[in-house]
Structure formats: C-alpha cells, structure tokens
Design a protein around this ligand. Structure first.
Ligand code: NAD
Ligand code: IPM
Ligand code: MN
Length: 348
C-alpha cells in the first residue's frame, strides 16, 4: 500500500482544535483510497517556547525533512501576552520552516461557494488563486536598528528580491494560469514607488509571458488591487505578488469569500527538494481559542491541498466536494469546531 508519512504541527491557540478536525477528515478519506497514513506530531509554537525556550531546533528541522508533507495549524501568542516577544515564534519557527524548506510558492486559493457569507452585496463569481512569493521580500529579516530607543533611532527592513526567486514564482503563476479556463495572470506590486523590486517583477512577468502565449496578463498596484478585490473580484484569475503584498491581499480575499475560517494555503516547494507545508491562512486566534468556536474548514481544505500536492487528486476532490456541500447547507447556525468536522467527515 501507498503510505503518506505526515508531519503534524498543531501549534497554539485554535491550531490544535482545527487540526484535530483536519486529521479526522484526512484519516477517513485516505482509508477510502486504501492509502496508509503515518503521523508524527511535533510540539512547536509559542507555548512550547515558553516551556522549553526552543523555537525550531536543527534536529527537529532535519527530522521534518524526512516526511512527505507537513500539516500545520497555527502559531502565535495572544497580543496581550507580554511573556512572548512578538515575532519570535513567527520568525524563528514559522518563517524558518518556509525559508529552510524553500517554500517559494505560497498558494492561496479563494472561491465563493454560492453567496454564503460574502459581505459584498453583489460578489459575482469569485474563483481566483493568489500565488504569493514565500521566501523573499521584506520577510527575510534584512534589517536592523541604530540608536534604538533614542529620538534618533533608525529602523530598516530591506526587501530582498532575486531574479531567481522572482522568476520561479512568476513562472509557476503562468503555468497554473495556463491550466485554468480563463488563463489570466495579474501582477500585483507597487512599481510606481518601489522602483527597484517593482521593475524586476514587471520585467520578469513580460519575459515569462512570452513562454505562455495563451495566457494574458495585466498589472495592478497593490492599493488599487484592494479596491478591485472589493468592487469587482470576479476580474481575478491568478494573482502573482510578493511576500508582504500577498499576505495582506489574501486576508482580504478570505474576507470576501466567506471569512478567514475558510481560507486554505499551501507553502509549496515546487522542486520537491523538501516537504511542502499546508496550513490555514488564519492565525492562532487567541480571542476564541479553547472554546470550540473556530471554523476548521480552512484546515480541512488545507489537507485537500496537501493531498493534491502528493498526487492523491481523487481524495483531494472528495474533501472539496464534502466541504462545498457543508458550506452550501449552512444557514447561519452556530456549530462547534468538532460538529463542522464531523459533518464534513460524514459527507465524504
Ligand atoms: P488571526 O487569524 O489569529 O485572527 C484574526 C481574527 O479572525 C480573530 O478575530 C479570530 O478569532 C478570527 N479567526 C481566525 N481563524 C478563525 C477560524 N478558523 N474560525 C473563526 N474565526 C477565526 O490573526 P491575528 O489575531 O492577527 O493573530 C493572532 C496570532 O496568530 C498572532 O500571534 C499572529 O502572529 C499569529 N498568526 C499566525 C499565523 C500562522 O500560524 N500561519 C497566521 C496569522 C497570524
Ligand atoms: C500568514 C501569517 C504569517 C505571514 C505570519 C504569522 C508570519 O500572517 O501565514 O499569513 O505573514 O506569512
Ligand atoms: Mn497573514
């Protein structure tokens, strides 16, 4: 039998709650396909750091590399928790994973099922993917402070963009567009102000577009892109953008398609030199943690992206279909995290 050797990182806050439901669904669907699922759980995150002082030890990273894929919940402390400095876990654990495992494609699909849950009056058909660059941009930690704490403090945070890094993610976006009905790529950046990085992105899109004559493309500045995402989201098919713009626009994309509780993502190493990692777009949601209030759908759809990546397409479609059926049957009732997971598992 085929076996999936899965790493599971539940993390903090609602992470363990939503991952329990994703595993419930994943276990059931792979059993139906006759695939074995071996799970190894890793204790990592803000709570783990408080208990041990560890963020992501090298031995743990090495062990994670031996797995086929990683299912990740969420990490992060509550805003008011002064014991955990902001950024420690995010940078030294989550971003360290994305960077070390070369997750250069941060894939974030957005789809509106029916009109359920969109705050837009006339949402139209929303079905696009954001291909967010995952290993560069302002996220690389290329910065520092001088004269910290004085009136003359200087803080820098320099965005890193390499020709190699931009080209591989842009090519991935065009390839994905070429396999979609509308075959359209929108580059989102800010080349009117960020002229150095912006022009590299723009030139790269022009060059890669020549390899895909069947794919059309256009360009939007990030600020205007947020307007169109609200006024005319059906214009988007594939958005390609840098790490920070992609972070911001995908929370907005989630909000217009039923909320952050539905938004899934994959941190994908397309060269398959290391395991890819699948996680909901949302964070640890300290405001609702431990209350069975979190929607596990984003985590469940992330498991579907994971199966897709590993080539279990039929199982992935099965999860999607069960999720769509569940979303379309919602009528504003409040269900617990486990009840939503149970309903989706039952519909498989
Ligand atoms: P968040 O996504 O955790 O929460 C934003 C809002 O969305 C909250 O009101 C929350 O209750 C709600 N929400 C989130 N997920 C939900 C779900 N599944 N169902 C229903 N409601 C949901 O973002 P935040 O508050 O900015 O960040 C909290 C912590 O999480 C911070 O420490 C942050 O750094 C971290 N974070 C981690 C990740 C990650 O692990 N990938 C992503 C984003 C934020
Ligand atoms: C996300 C999160 C992360 C990001 C943070 C927690 C590092 O917001 O996955 O969207 O900015 O990528
Ligand atoms: Mn985010």
């Amino acid at each position: 039998v085929a076996t999936i050797n899965l790493a599971v990182i539940p993390g903090d806050g609602i992470g363990p709650e939503v991952i329990a439901e994703a595993l419930k669904v994943l276990e059931k669907v792979v059993a139906k396909e006759g695939v074995a699922l071996e799970q190894t759980e890793y204790k990592l995150g803000a709570q783990h750091w408080l208990e041990t002082g560890e963020t992501l030890p090298d031995e743990v990273l090495a062990d994670l590399r031996t797995r086929d894929a990683i299912l990740f919940g969420a990490v992060g402390a509550a805003p008011g928790d002064t014991r955990i400095p902001s950024g420690i876990i995010e940078r030294e654990m989550l971003l360290k994973l994305r960077f070390s495992l070369d997750h250069f494609v941060n894939l974030r699909p957005s789809r509106l099922y029916g009109t359920v849950g969109s705050p837009l009056a006339n949402p139209g058909t929303i079905d696009f993917i954001v291909v967010r660059e995952g290993t560069e941009g302002p996220y690389v930690g290329n910065g520092g402070t001088l004269r910290g704490g004085t009136p003359h403090e200087v803080a820098t945070e320099v965005s890193l963009n390499t020709a190699h890094g931009v080209e591989r993610v842009v090519r991935d976006a065009f390839r994905r567009a070429s396999e979609r009905p509308r075959k359209h790529v929108t580059l989102v950046h800010k080349h009117n102000v960020l002229v150095f990085a912006g022009h590299l992105w723009k030139r790269t899109v022009e060059a890669v577009a020549k390899e895909f004559p069947e794919v059309t493309h256009d360009y939007l500045h990030i600020d205007a892109a947020t307007i169109f995402m609200v006024t005319d989201p059906s214009r988007f098919d594939v958005i390609v953008t840098d790490n920070l713009f992609g972070d911001i626009i995908t929370d907005l994309a989630a909000a217009i398609t039923g909320g952050i509780g539905l938004a899934a993502s994959g941190n994908i190493n397309m060269d398959r030199t290391a395991p890819s990692m699948f996680e909901p777009v949302h964070g640890s949601a300290p405001d609702i943690a431990g209350q069975q209030k979190a929607d596990p759908t984003a985590a469940i759809l992330s498991a579907s992206l994971l199966l897709d990546h590993l080539g279990y397409t039929k199982a992935a479609r099965r999860i999607e279909a069960a999720v769509v059926a569940d979303i379309e049957s919602r009528s504003g009732e409040t269900r617990s995290t486990a009840a939503i997971g149970d309903a989706i598992a039952a519909a498989l």
